[in-house]
Design a protein around this ligand. Structure first.
Ligand code: NZQ
Ligand code: ZN
Length: 388
């Protein structure tokens, strides 16, 4: 049965190769001071930084520079961003980059007017903001996380060896996001495929849960087929605008809360991958690909009907003359072949994880109960060992 739910998505999107000009429509809605958030320099190399600063200046804005957001943004960087926003009484946080910049902007947005320590409050105690939230806007340059249209914000605390995501409420979603697929053409292949696998896994996390006939699962299958199809074109020709724009749009739909409405969700691949990320600081999508096959092969018997459906509907496996188990396993084999073609990481060792980290990674893995099997800690350790 489709469960009861409410649905709202507060983010306004501008999509397409001319979408940056809509920044001129958004900026007048906010006060004078804009904190310009970006990463390690890709936007300076591509010229996007200059274009955006020009638009900000043309709109009479004072720009507060906040560059150097690292992949997997840290709690120390969060404190720095909060300090900057407070000192300059910032009116808008404008993130230009990938999920790391967008997530970081959201984490800053709920912390500027918060009296408590944001790491303790939001990431250890999972409390909701009780303060004014500074508005966030995004210009996306890396595709995968869906952060441009959701309220998630993942922060890493290296001292505590924890990487934790908080999914906030509607009020933390970006007010607007600008999605220009042209910006993604400069991504190195490793980032492109990592993002593609991240998209695919977001859909899996919401698909592999619940047994009921659910509209969301049909949408999920269509999104999976679209990302597989476009990924193969982009792999051949990374400059194929149609493929790159479809990948960008699919990423947004994969994690903008739509396909989780009315159903339970799993998210254990992300819990395992995130904890491994706290130890290795590896690229997000790669941490997911590294643990996915051992995890899905482990839970397959508990969700056999769905894994069979995944095989036939997503991968076109012919079920004739085969047991359900055979069909389901063929589906995962087809997924593995696709992952190999993409060139994503297939084990944690290649991301720098070692045997002696396993217990710690297991300790940092939050065990959720929405999937086909609620894992025990021993099972977490077993899956991590198989992922090495
Ligand atoms: O820092 P710069 O120099 O900009 O380089 C970045 C970075 O090194 C580079 N890059 C981005 N756009 C580029 C480019 N290089 C060339 N051309 C471009 N157009 O790509 C690298 C990775 O960027 P990053 O933002 O870290 O990647 P991603 O978008 O995968 O974000 C990862 C973060 O998002 C979190 C992850 O855990 C991780 O911390 N997630 C957020 C989620 C959410 N909000 O819902 C869900 C996800 O599951 C994920 O957990
Ligand atoms: Zn992800």
């Amino acid at each position: 049965m489709l469960g009861n739910f409410s649905y709202k998505n507060a983010t306004k999107l501008y999509f397409g190769d001319d979408s940056l000009r809509y920044l001129n429509e958004e900026l007048p809605k906010y006060g004078k001071t804009v904190q310009l958030i970006y990463g390690g320099g890709s936007i300076k190399r591509t010229g996007l930084y200059d274009e955006i600063v020009t638009i900000l200046k043309d709109n009479g804005k004072t720009v507060v520079e906040d560059g150097g957001v690292m992949p997997n943004p840290t709690v120390e960087k969060l404190y720095e961003g909060v300090r900057l926003a407070r000192e300059n009484d910032v009116d808008l946080l404008l993130a230009v980059g990938g999920g790391s910049c967008c997530d970081y902007a959201k984490a800053v947005s709920v912390s500027v007017h918060c009296d408590e320590d944001p790491w303790d409050k939001y990431y250890l105690r999972f409390e909701e903001p009780a303060c004014e939230i500074v508005p966030v806007g995004c210009v996306l340059t890396m595709v995968g996380t869906g952060s441009e249209m959701n309220a998630g914000a993942v922060i890493t605390n290296h001292a505590q060896k924890l990487k934790i995501g908080h999914v906030f409420g509607d009020e933390v979603m970006p007010k607007f996001s600008i999605l220009n697929p042209m910006y993604t053409l400069t991504l190195p292949k490793r980032q492109m495929v990592s993002g593609i696998y991240d998209i695919f896994n977001h859909i899996c996390e919401q698909y592999f849960s619940g047994e009921d006939d659910n509209t969301s699962d049909y949408i999920a299958e269509a999104l999976m087929k679209s990302v597989i199809h476009s990924s193969l074109i982009a792999l051949e020709n990374p400059n194929d605008y149609e493929a790159r724009s479809n990948i960008m749009w699919t990423a947004t739909w994969a994690l903008n809360t739509l396909i989780s409405r009315g159903k339970s969700t799993d998210w254990m691949v992300h819990m395992l991958g995130q904890s491994a990320g706290a130890y290795t600081d590896a690229t997000h999508g790669m941490t997911l690909s590294a643990v996915s096959l051992p995890y899905y092969r482990f839970i397959l018997p508990y969700g056999l009907a769905k894994f069979k459906r995944f095989a036939t509907e997503v991968w076109g496996v012919c079920p004739e003359g085969k047991t359900d188990e055979q069909v389901a396993e063929e589906g995962l084999a087809a997924m593995e072949a696709w992952m190999r073609k993409l060139g994503v990481a297939l084990n944690l060792s290649e991301l720098g994880a070692t045997e002696d980290m396993i217990e710690g990674i297991a300790d940092g893995t939050i065990i959720l109960d929405g999937g086909y099997k609620v894992l025990t800690r021993d099972e977490v350790v077993e899956i991590l060992r198989q992922s090495l």
